[in-house]
Design a protein around this ligand. Structure first.
Ligand code: URA
Length: 221
């Protein structure tokens, strides 16, 4: 396999490829942001999130849950909001749903470390209630900045609430899955929330179909 094809395969799998500086210099830059600028931008944004008091959820959170993963990831997964475990540990999808999400990713050959995982809301709603419109609006700027910094090739909206809010629709998940949507020009695919995997074999099969569909879309971008 020649070098260019090898790099293409690795990139398609979302694996970072480091090339010597002289080689990188001879190729056009994908963006004008240097790695140091980008690192600062992520750190600044995380700091802003940690200080946020834009909505009432700041009063009940243990800590903010910024997001986690590879800053060069081509896959961005967006869930709804932190739950109890996430609020305690400061990382999205670390509870039971998180373990299942990791399994879902592995099913399509992706490791958690290769993707970036965030939630719409950075603070836990009390008793895991659904996010309110004003909370989503208050937090949206942070998510938009994460998307702008990452520039993913594909976004997975994880679960109905994330999908409906991101796509600004009330359509049920059954109508939203299996279709390629766009979020600011980035392909977006709706997948079942990992909690679905626990319910029944039929739901498991649907979640698997969602992932296969996402993978097929990714291969076209
Ligand atoms: N469910 C979500 O949508 N996000 C999390 O971080 C955990 C569970």
């Amino acid at each position: 396999m020649d070098e260019a094809t090898r790099l293409q395969y690795l990139q398609a799998m979302g694996i970072d490829v480091w090339v010597p500086r002289h080689q990188a210099d001879s190729e056009p830059m994908a963006t004008e942001t240097s790695p140091t600028d980008s690192h600062h931008a992520w750190t600044d944004l995380q700091h802003q999130v940690s200080q946020c008091h834009a909505c009432e959820l700041c009063k009940t959170r243990t800590q903010t849950v910024f997001g986690v993963g590879n800053h060069h990831a081509t896959w961005l997964l967006i869930g709804e909001a932190p739950g109890q475990n996430e609020d305690l540990q400061g990382e999205p999808f670390v509870g039971k749903a998180g373990q299942l999400l990791n399994e879902m990713l592995r099913a399509i050959g992706l490791d958690r470390e290769q993707v970036y995982i965030a939630n719409m809301l950075k603070c836990r709603p009390p008793n895991n209630r659904d996010p309110q419109a004003d909370e989503v609006a208050a937090c949206n700027g942070f998510l938009q900045q994460q998307i702008a910094l990452l520039q993913p090739k594909i976004i997975l909206a994880v679960g109905r609430i994330a999908a409906q809010n991101l796509l600004k629709t009330q359509q049920p998940l059954s109508r939203l899955r299996g279709t390629q949507h766009q979020l600011d020009g980035i392909p977006l695919v709706v997948v079942h929330h990992p909690a679905y995997l626990l319910r029944s074999l039929t739901e498991k099969a649907k979640a698997w179909e969602d992932l296969q569909f996402a993978w097929s879309i990714y291969q076209t971008v």
